[in-house]
Design a protein around this ligand. Sequence first.
Ligand code: SAM
Length: 357
Amino acid sequence: MNHGVDVVGSREDPNAPIRAARTLPVLLHSLSLLREQFEIIFANRKIKKVIEVGVESGQVSSIYTDLGADEVHCIDPYPSDKLRETLAENPKLHLVEGHSPAVLAELPVADLYVIDGDHNYAVVHGEVSWIIANAPDAVVVFNDVLWPCARRDMYYEPSPLTGEDKHESSPDGPTVWHDELTPAGVVGLGAFTWAVEAGGERNGVLTAIEDAVAAAGADEWYLEVVPAVYGFGILVRKTAPGAKKIMDGLKPYTHSKLIATLEANRISLYTRVLQMQYEAVAHANDADRLAETISAQRHEIERLRAELDRRGHEVHELRRTNEELRDPLSVEPPDLSAAAHNLKRAAGQVLRHARRG
Ligand SMILES: C[S@@+](CC[C@H](N)C(=O)[O-])C[C@H]1O[C@@H](n2cnc3c(N)ncnc32)[C@H](O)[C@@H]1O
């Protein structure tokens, strides 16, 4: 069993295949995963110049030079320092800091266009229309031609699009689990937003490709999709060099129900994980709020307890005083010596009067 990677492990090292999986991100989304499919394209068509639209980390760019390209123009309006460093390591890679489709006209016509930039109708329609008009024999590949971008625009923010090019958008994201956007879905966290409504006209990446190809005569073009990693689309004019061989070579992938099912399942599980993460954060926030309430109530209980102690002490004192007042023995007898003295003086006077009289 040789799959180019160890998928079976051995008796001595049974976990070898799964160890590689531990190093992968939770969400696989990069075209770098489709090296095998790029190999089929390069094997059947001489490709020297590549235009890569939407580069992100630059992890795909050197695949094209590995496979034989000698000039790759990497377009991204928001290149990170990491991307600049990665591209600087390979003299055949050239960073183009700008927005597609506007910059396409400033670059040499290429043999291969890799479209994975802004995922919305206006931009993708502009890109495909420009390529069909100016490089009709080029091979064009796309990422994100299936759900959720197929029929719903996504906008990298800040978006330069205005007016009818941009549908009403939201920071909430799509999920497999219902049709509406949700904060528990595939959210951009400020990097991108989604059209609130899916479907209809002028909405989504696949709709954009279909419209641009229809305007050029759909029958003259091959348009197929490898249903993996959000949908890897391949567009090539039927009369272009190597077109049929490329499509035949890709057929096991473009016509695989198994791949389509696994991809749908992967996305379902991923959006379930997103939902669970969202709920976990919401529960953690609820728990924090509850802890704050409990702490405030504990302070209030302590304050009330201290108040109760103080009042109890007061009651005790009042009760003691009350009891003392009720007990006659506890009341001090009046001082009668002065009265006796006065009485004695008065009696003396009475006796003296009586004697004189
Ligand atoms: C999905 S990422 C590309 C991933 C990359 N192709 C990969 O497979 O690893 C999309 C990239 O497109 C860039 N982008 C957004 N709008 C663009 C535009 N109008 N033209 C070119 N790139 C754009 C974003 O900055 C982001 O880096």
